[in-house]
Design a protein. Structure first.
Length: 206
């Protein structure tokens, strides 16, 4: 039996856990708390309070919900392990992605065999942060700010790409869409919405 990687990002709203359970019955899901903890998922259903899941189980869909935050997908070339992360500005400042890379490293997976993919998210074209925010965090070398007309903009995807690059990952894919200026996406910043995209990754054996 051959293993196959499943990945997705819904265009419809999945803020409701009941809807996730109905449409994606193989899902494992979290209560997301903007931290950097990542939990091993060994079963379908609610796993705990954290912002990342990883597994080596097959037919188990790891999920996070996002609107402007990055969903970050990780997997190794042999699809032995998969991971999904929720990384908004807090998770990006705290480097949840680095925590994820450490887990893969502990599993003996070489960074050359590791793949990182970043979903549509809040980007430098739109994601304005305050001067105070910029002053507080500008020394964090992985954070990517752009200054335009005395305003400061943070790019969540580029910041995470820097974390991946600094740790030897070369297979990095970034979806180029900004969720704030593309109306096809839910955006907390633009609409203060409770609607969320569901991002998922799984290993299917067929
Ligand atoms: Zn934009």
């Amino acid at each position: 039996m051959k293993k196959k990687l499943i990945k997705g990002f819904t265009d419809r709203n999945f803020s409701s856990i009941d809807k996730i359970k109905t449409k994606f019955p193989e899902s494992a899901y979290l209560k997301q708390i903007h931290g950097k903890e990542i939990i091993y998922a060994d079963r379908i259903g609610y796993i705990g309070e954290a912002d990342g899941l990883y597994t080596d189980k097959v037919n188990l869909l790891l999920t996070v919900r996002v609107a402007d935050c990055n969903a970050i997908y990780l997997w190794d070339d042999n699809i032995n392990y998969i991971m999904i992360l929720h990384s908004g500005w807090k998770g990006t400042v705290k480097k949840i992605l680095l925590e994820g890379l450490k887990i893969f490293s502990k599993k003996g997976i070489d960074e050359k065999n590791l793949n990182v993919e970043i979903s549509p998210s809040a980007r430098k074209c739109c994601y304005e942060v305050s001067r105070d925010f910029y002053t507080k965090y500008k020394k964090r070398s992985h954070l990517f700010f752009e200054k335009r007309k005395n305003k400061f903009y943070l790019d969540l995807a580029v910041s995470n790409r820097k974390i991946a690059e600094e740790n030897g990952i070369s297979s990095i894919k970034i979806h180029d869409k900004c969720t704030i200026c593309n109306e096809n996406y839910f955006s907390y910043r633009r609409d203060n919405t409770s609607k969320r995209h569901l991002a998922y990754i799984g290993i299917r054996k067929e």
